[in-house]
Design a protein around this ligand. Sequence first.
Ligand code: AMP
Ligand code: MG
Length: 336
Amino acid sequence: MIFGLAACSWPDRTIGAQSEIVMDTVCHIDLFESGTAELYRDLFTRLRELEHVLSAYREDSELAKLNRNAGLEAVEISMELYAVLERALYFAEISGGAFDPTVGPLVKLWDINSSHPRVPLDNEIQAILALVNWQDLELTAPRDGYAARAFLKRQGMAVDLGAIAKGFAADQLVKILEEQGVPRAIINLGGDIYVWGERAGGGPWRIAVQDPLAEQGIFAGILYLGGDISVVCSGVYERYFTGADGKSYHHILGLMENGIDSRRGYPVENHLLSVTVIAASAMDADALSTACFVLGYEKGLELAMAFGAEILFIFEDKAIRGSPGALDVFSPSGVY
Ligand code: AMP
Ligand code: MG
């Protein structure tokens, strides 16, 4: 009834929220009263354009070209790829390498993003780890009419932007919303969420945080947030498989030199099930949620707070901890 009344006051050409699969992800956009077919089309077209830049899995992407030239030569890159690589290196640095965009060969070894993942042998992992080092990704800023360039110094190295690209894409969609004067929208790129503008009728937006142990759609609680903010979650439940040993293996790989619980090159085991980050930029929130998952609770909390982001950690024993600012706006479902 309420929905019907609201819809009546919207322009005739308005259509409801739209979903498409892009970047191997269900991308959901709700433009509310601004939802014309043209605008939805423009936004999804932009997402597909970005996939052609940032995907490590499309042979025709710009990123694939950079990876093919590893150890051979520097390649010219677009400003978009430059922007993401530059930010990825920044997060690699401030996380002490817990977040590392050159994790590509390791992701490929586990084949975790495919339909046939497998547990590699330990010596395979050790050999591949030698190829993972963000300091061997050389970036040259564009200047004097020359394009930006990137170079992976050693053959076999590969960049994987799976932990940051969706966030960048969400930020790019927000730019279009801003240009088009859209008053409010929700963008959800497989859990990378951006809420744009004010909710119709005022009041905070409500963003549900998935219960990592339950089926999709069952929530650990709700975040109450003002507009123009991003919420991104990294969790063990997003991609995982069961090995021949019956153990569950997820998709976030430990890369810390002195990991206490986690072994370098293996899915992180630090009693966390998910990390949710709230930040003004979805790209930052995306990179931080992965970085802080790898770092674990204490170091992750410290990093997020130093950055000025809010953060929520959900543990195996169902405990929820986080920054004071995040806990302030979080209402647990009661199960937690
Ligand atoms: P997210 O869901 O944003 O936490 O990103 C996880 C994805 O990022 C994985 O599926 C891998 O493709 C990639 N990844 C895994 N471990 C790392 C890591 N330590 N640093 C950067 N990217 C990673
Ligand atoms: Mg991420």
